[in-house]
Design a protein around this ligand. Sequence first.
Ligand code: NAD
Length: 281
Amino acid sequence: MIINGKEISLKIKDKIKKEVDQISKKYNRLPKLVVILVGDDQASQTYVRNKERASQYVGIESQVIRHDSSFSEEALLAEIRQLNQDDTVDGILVQLPLPAHIDEDKVLETIDSNKDVDGFHPDNVAKLFLGQQCPVPCTPKGMMVLLDEINYDLTGKEVVVIGRSHIVGKPVAMLCLQKNATVTIAHSKTKDLPKVCQRADILIVAIGKAKMINSDYIKEGAVVLDVGINRDENNRLCGDVDFDDVKDKVYAITPVPGGIGPMTVTMLLKNTLELFYQHNQ
Ligand code: NAD
């Protein structure tokens, strides 16, 4: 089975669109997402454009604030504090990575944890760890929705996550644990990675290396979620998984493009909506 993230995300976006339409009738204002982009990183520009387009599609008010790469840390923190105070703003997202002179941790800590639409604020990271309600990071949240969509019960299943980033690997491991899976986090220093992966009923791959994972890493009938976004030798988008090599061995797999990527953007909209409701309780 090829898990069609594009189609599933469109279905969810249409649901959000209807909800936003109801909101516009019931409340005096629309949910609002502010995205701050510092610098001219090409991938970031594309991600921000996608976020803006998706917000417009569902009717969420979106504002993109662009600064050149010399924008100071002090000015950025001041801007965030101002947005924290603005009652018309529900979600604040600072696109990562930031230029080297800006302290990423300081920036994430400055965003009001109640407007932290990415779920990267330390308070929200702690809440996720404790299983409390919080904005859940978009990529991991999208993966859990996809597993839900294919009616996959994680109870007692072996999950192997490759990659230990704060934005993907660690939070998705925590979410799988909450669903009663047995979770292993593998990374660049893991010994005999193929052997570790072969025990996975669900293999989540977030490395950033084109087509690194081939059928030697896969247990027959596994579910494979491929987070990677890379370019192959022909400059075509591809994941961390060698799709053609593994597709006949798996039960289900997400393609790249059209798998996890669209879900990430859609979960950003969902998080914005959830924060809006929280602010209007
Ligand atoms: P990262 O780039 O911060 O870190 C990569 C991780 O992979 C590290 O934890 C490292 O230990 C591990 N790793 C590196 N080489 C390895 C190896 N040879 N064997 C085993 N593990 C290895 O991770 P990230 O920010 O989670 O990004 C990973 C990939 O996912 C990138 O391609 C990124 O573009 C993509 N991504 C996609 C989405 C999406 O929406 N689809 C969202 C976030 C990230």
